[in-house]
Unconditional design. Structure first.
Ligand code: AMP
Length: 279
């Protein structure tokens, strides 16, 4: 049975007597197959598993969808029970940010001023701040993150390395809908037709990877080719499509044929979708 816990004190007392290793999956709820894949990986190596379900206001910018972000605690609890999550932690804003007294985490600009960070100012600072707080509360042995939010994964690794957390970070592959669209809570905003249109995002990523792997194009030329492909899809508006090194998300040399990612953010009917592919 999954225990639903709402306060930090109750969670800490419950965890003081839990079996180790302890696993932790931070989420913003509205759980889908992407989240479930993380749960499955975590269940394989942990004796106790905590999943947090908290829509973190700090990581939403002005005009973003904080208010209307999908929330469905009942369905999330059912998914947690079906997948044998031990604890679902559902704190209030005040519980996580008591009297707003909280250490705001400052990240290196190399991580925040690229890709999603260019348009989502302070987003990753908000992510790092809530994770810093949650990691301190849960004190897990393993933490699980999806490669779908790739830039976030690099932020998490930085956080663990630089804020003396002892947890091991596990990254989990992207889970996709049957048409290739990466599973995301925001897919709930899309109609069936819009989802078909959004499937072209993954097609563009596969096109770029194929063009590099077959030696037809350099990463830069492959990027341009995929941008042309996406520009022909009505209603899709590309925010960025870039190649970044696997090592540290720095720019990729034109000589590279592997060891990097193509990453993209695309807007469709006012919804922002992100995806990436490893080359
Ligand atoms: P979120 O609730 O969107 O904050 O996501 C919580 C965790 O689930 C993050 O580590 C995400 O990267 C991961 N996640 C979300 N969607 C997917 C997906 N399609 N495949 C794998 N992991 C995912």
């Amino acid at each position: 049975m999954t225990v639903l816990i709402k306060t930090v004190n109750e969670l800490k007392s419950k965890l003081s007597e839990c079996n180790k290793p302890l696993g932790f999956i931070p989420t913003m709820g509205s759980l889908h197959d992407g989240h479930i894949s993380l749960i499955k990986v975590a269940k394989d190596e942990c004796k106790t598993l905590v999943l947090s379900n908290f829509v973190n206001k700090l990581q939403f910018g002005q005009g973003e969808d904080f208010e209307k972000y999908p929330r469905d605690i009942e369905s999330d609890l059912k998914i947690c029970e079906d997948n044998k999550v031990d604890i679902m932690f559902v704190p209030s804003h005040e519980e996580i940010y008591p009297n707003e007294e909280i250490e705001i985490v400052t990240l290196p600009v190399e991580l925040t001023d690229i890709l999603c960070g260019k348009t989502r100012k302070n987003h990753f600072q908000g992510v790092a701040t809530v994770l810093h707080r949650l990691f301190n509360i849960v004190n897990a042995d393993f933490v699980y993150f999806g490669e779908k939010d790739l830039q976030q994964l690099y932020v998490v690794r930085w956080l663990v390395a630089n804020k003396s957390f002892s947890a091991t970070v596990r990254s989990c592959p992207i889970i996709r809908e049957s048409n290739g669209l990466a599973c995301s809570t925001r897919n709930k905003y899309l109609t069936k037709d819009e989802k078909d249109t959004a499937a072209n995002i993954y097609k563009a990523l596969k096109l770029a990877k194929g063009n590099v792997r077959s030696g037809i194009f350099t990463p830069g030329k492959a990027t341009l080719e995929s941008l042309v492909f996406l520009s022909k899809i009505p209603k899709l508006k590309v925010e960025y499509f870039e190649a970044k090194s696997k090592n540290d998300l720095s720019p990729v040399s034109e000589k590279k044929v592997s060891g990097f990612y193509f990453l993209t953010a695309v807007h469709l009917s006012g919804i922002r979708l992100i995806d990436n592919i490893e080359v």
